[in-house]
Design a protein around this ligand. Sequence first.
Ligand code: BV8
Length: 241
Amino acid sequence: MPVAEHKFKHIVILTGAGISAESGLGTFRDVDGLWTKVNLEDVATPEALARNPDFVHEFYNARRKDLLTAEPNDGHRALARLEKESSGRVLVVTQNVDVLHEKAGSENVIHMHGEMLKTRCDECQVVYDWPGDLTSRTPCPECAHEGAMRPHVVLFGEMPFEMGAIYGALAQCDLFISIGTSGNVYPAAGFVEEVRRGGRAHTVELNLEPSEGATLFAECINGPATEVVPAYVERILGAPS
Ligand code: BV8
């Protein structure tokens, strides 16, 4: 595929649950979002995991099953196309714990909130590919410790992954695109301000509707990801797919 010359040399793309919505995976804060059905303090904090491990494992076991059958959509595919055809570097920083960017062909992806198809032993820190269920008694295959296996996701109050690499990319980027995120969760919601502090990047929000941080972006385009993301990628690459 020919490489399309364009003016952006370092593109950083932040994605949230909205880019996976049209793949059938629920979002968190929309009308029927996950956090409207279950209290995040009861399932997505280290305290909840310690207090009621099997309840938390059941919550993630159900969501893991949904991930196994989900397929990427035209929004994911457009970002994979951008990475392949762009003359500049493209990095996807996703808040999502699904693998739809990778399934669509993106290779340069950082999962800042972890990955739900992986499990970590909090005793020996080994991380496993784990498509199956977990319980509070699942033994670690490595250290045999029972009760320390947990989804390899970042719970509220825990440090997101690869923050150094992310802040380094934000400092270098000349185009920052935010897709399908409500701008409620930090530190991800603060990335656009981090980029603006650098003073030279173009900032774009592609979202179904204006997010909490919409006014911080130089450009906002509202619509479903399967429409607005391919259209924006075509604009950057200058040629229809
Ligand atoms: C941290 C993984 C320190 C698990 C998630 C008190 C105590 C402790 C912490 C805090 C506190 N108060 C504030 C904090 C910080 C906290 C936070 O921000 N809380 C919020 C609720 C106020 N953050 C943390 O705890 C983080 N850690 O701060 O550590 C630190 C600080 C700086 C630097 C280093 C360390 C950890 C946060 C990570 C928590 N884990 N997920 C799991 O998935 O179960 S967060 C969860 O929310 C998901 O990852 C999700 O992706 C993320 C963000 O949500 P969105 O993706 O934006 O989804 P949402 O539903 O909100 O929005 C969807 C959007 O899509 C909407 O705008 C909608 O319009 C749009 N949309 C819908 N359909 C479409 C669409 N767009 C396009 N097309 C469509 N079809």
